[in-house]
Design a protein around this ligand. Structure first.
Ligand SMILES: [Zn+2]
Length: 687
């Protein structure tokens, strides 16, 4: 349910945005702390009756929440995680099940078996890793470092320590181009945080885990600390340029990451770092246009790519290699990783073996597991059903756009044209990607975890190379769409909505349900994704996905006024009043605006469908809508959500949309003075 173009490859970077800028509420609290955060685990203890007229989400989900149990090793349970868990069980059954005549499935089954074979890992894990670590530390010149980066057999990071992605060119959406995002960063944009004792949970995690692993590799404590401090001495140089980018991003949105240049210009500009040559030796054909997300960070990287900084560069590569492979060494390392990441994840418990192994594989190569899920675990009848529901939603949306009286005929026509051009990516791709280049032999056949890791990295690189060669015509789904996961997304750069197979179950969908429940469940998600095409970011992209203004100026102005009203409303809200009196504030409201607009737009579309039904059961519909937002999270997990997730907290995703519509107020007899009441003049509908 994210608009994926705006995702940072390094998610921890994004984490800094909302917290740093969230504003204190003070006087706003009385107004702002409108409802309790009913998604907080244990929050209902000792509480009296809650009426639907006062807090609808709390009322509907209370009974579930009071009986909810957060699974071992996790920080929350919710409608999403329940279905996710059921889906994962199916995938685990497949990965541990009988062998079939399918080399892709066999490779994944072999990988899984090696992951849960702790006895072997405890013996050989560090032996294997040591050969890679020694190789890094034996590099004695910048030329040798470049040779190392150019050889995927040696470099477990895969790339020359930068995050890159091949995706649609924002100015020519049918063409894929290379995007260099940023050098590898552990996530802080504040240089002062790269010091011990001041480093916050993310950097502290990296410090503790990498130093632990270095000691296991045979380094003394002093050596490990020394290597680590060299890594951070290098990385903190990127922080100011990354911070500058984030500031631009907060102001300009996606436009901040559009910094096109040419391969030629970039080659001329980079004096020390032969980035293009390295990519060419990895197999990429780079020519013409290229885009930089955080241009300043590459200037810094180039200036540091010198003999003088060689030891720092090596330390940086080593620390990253250790963090990336920490899941593939031995049991004690995996347990240590979980412990030192507890301040980030909210749990110190290691997942049970099979869940751990599944998660490790899925994080590495989701596309391959997605494909196996679609082929072996998913009811093939569902895809045509969901396609029909999506078309019904698009039809209703068309009428809705036609009836928007604040838009000129011209902009309305362009909006409808965009709506009708949305590519429908439903459940799984019609043409499945090929993963036969992933070759993972079993332990008996000579397979090891790091060899498997490398084979997967190489396959991912091959698919990026392939993507660069083909048109962005919608046949290939975006790599960020993980369709066996519970999720859905609008992709502005290709004007597609993606409704994953993994969301078509649980509280979201069942083929046997009446229309009311389908509308309150999966259709709510579909309408949400359609609305992303017309939210503050999506509205900047045209019908084929070009970043181009298709609005009449006065319509854009009217749209912005509607958005501003929504921002003003959210900025005063205090999302977790049980834990903090901080309101979203202006920056926080901007961070979640796209998702808030999408929730509201979807509900409007759904209600227009409801209106046409005979004897529509509104109570059933609204109850389902609240049910999909049920959640019970630990305090740490909720605070992490607040910092990193660009959706409003779940109870707001229910209460705020519904309080904006008469159908809800009438169904439950909500009156002025009730918690759910919102006067007509205060309503915040953008669409
Ligand atoms: Zn969304």
């Amino acid at each position: 349910m994210k608009k994926l173009i705006s995702l940072f490859l390094c998610l921890c970077l994004a984490a800094g945005v909302a917290t740093a800028e969230a504003e204190s509420a003070d006087a706003a609290r009385a107004v702002g702390a409108k409802w309790i955060d009913s998604g907080l685990y244990g929050t209902f203890a000792g509480m009296g009756e809650i009426r639907p007229q006062d807090d609808f989400a709390a009322c509907v989900n209370r009974e579930w929440a009071e009986n909810a149990q957060i699974p071992e090793g996790e920080g929350l349970t919710s409608a999403r995680t329940e279905l996710e868990r059921a889906n994962n069980d199916l995938k685990i059954q497949l990965l541990t099940g009988e062998k079939k005549d399918d080399p892709e499935l066999t490779s994944m089954q072999n990988f899984f078996a090696m992951l849960i074979d702790w006895d072997t890992r405890n013996v050989t894990g560090y032996q294997e890793l040591k050969t890679y670590a020694d190789d890094i530390m034996s590099i004695s010149s910048i030329g040798e470092l470049t040779a190392f980066f150019s050889d995927p057999e040696r470099n477990l990071y895969g790339y020359p320590m930068i995050d890159s992605i091949v995706m649609a060119d924002a100015e020519d959406a049918m063409t894929h181009i290379m995007n260099f995002c940023n050098p590898a960063m552990f996530g802080s944009t504040d240089p002062s945080l790269y010091t011990e004792g001041n480093d916050g949970p993310m950097l502290a995690y990296v410090r503790q885990l990498s130093e632990y692993m270095m000691k296991r590799l045979g380094y003394s404590e002093a050596e490990a600390e020394e290597i680590f401090s060299r890594c951070f001495a290098l990385e903190k140089n990127f922080a100011p340029a990354a911070a500058e980018y984030l500031q631009r991003r907060a102001l300009e949105g996606d436009a901040a990451q559009l910094n096109p240049t040419t391969v030629e210009e970039l080659e001329k500009k980079m004096k020390n770092l032969p980035l293009m040559d390295i990519y060419r030796s990895l197999g990429f054909e780079l020519s013409g246009k290229i885009n930089l997300w955080m241009p300043g960070t590459f200037d810094v990287y180039d200036s540091l790519y010198t003999e003088e900084h060689l030891e720092e560069l090596k330390a940086w590569v080593l620390v990253w290699t250790l963090i990336k492979t920490s899941d593939f060494v031995d049991r004690e390392t995996s347990e240590t990783a979980v412990k030192v990441s507890a301040p980030l994840t909210g749990t110190e418990d290691m997942l049970p073996d099979e869940r751990y192994a599944y998660k490790a594989i899925y994080e590495l190569i989701p596309g391959m597991i997605d494909k196996l899920y679609a082929e072996y675990c998913f009811d093939q009848e569902v895809k045509p059903q969901v396609t029909e529901l999506t078309k019904m939603m698009i039809d209703a949306y068309r009428v809705m756009l036609q009836e928007e009286d604040w838009l000129s005929e011209e902009t309305k026509a362009a909006a409808i044209e965009k709506l009708d051009s949305i590519k429908l990516h439903i459940c799984y791709p019609d043409a499945m990607p090929d993963f036969t280049d992933v070759k993972i032999p079993s332990k008996e056949e000579g397979g090891t975890l790091l060899k498997a890791y490398k084979s997967i990295n190489r396959s991912k690189m091959n698919s990026e190379i392939h993507r660069l060669e083909v048109k962005n015509d919608g046949v290939l789904w975006n790599v960020q769409i993980k369709y066996s996961e519970l999720g859905a997304a609008y992709m502005p750069s290709e004007n597609s909505i993606n409704i994953n197979a993994g969301i078509c179950g649980g509280d979201y969908y069942d083929a046997s349900w009446p229309l009311e429940k389908k509308l309150g469940g999966l259709c709510l998600v579909i309408g949400h994704e359609i609305t992303h095409a017309f939210d503050s970011e999506g509205a900047n992209y045209d019908k084929i996905g070009n970043y181009r203004d298709w609005w009449k100026a006065e319509d854009r102005q009217a749209f912005q006024e509607r958005v501003d009203k929504l921002l003003a409303y959210y900025s005063k809200l205090v999302p977790v009043p049980q834990l903090t009196d901080k309101a979203y504030g202006e920056a926080g409201a901007r961070f979640i605006q796209g998702e808030a607009i999408a929730d509201l737009g979807s509900l409007k579309c759904l209600l227009s469908i409801a209106k046409q039904q005979k004897d529509f059961d509104y109570e059933m519909f609204f109850t389902q809508l609240a049910t999909v937002q049920k959640a019970a999270k630990t305090d740490a997990a909720e605070m992490q959500y607040l910092r990193t997730d660009n959706h409003p907290v779940e109870c707001y995703r229910c209460n705020i949309p519904v309080q904006n519509f008469d159908e809800f107020l009438e169904t439950y007899g909500v009156k002025e003075g009730d918690g759910m009441y919102l006067a007509p003049e205060d309503r915040i509908r953008v669409w």
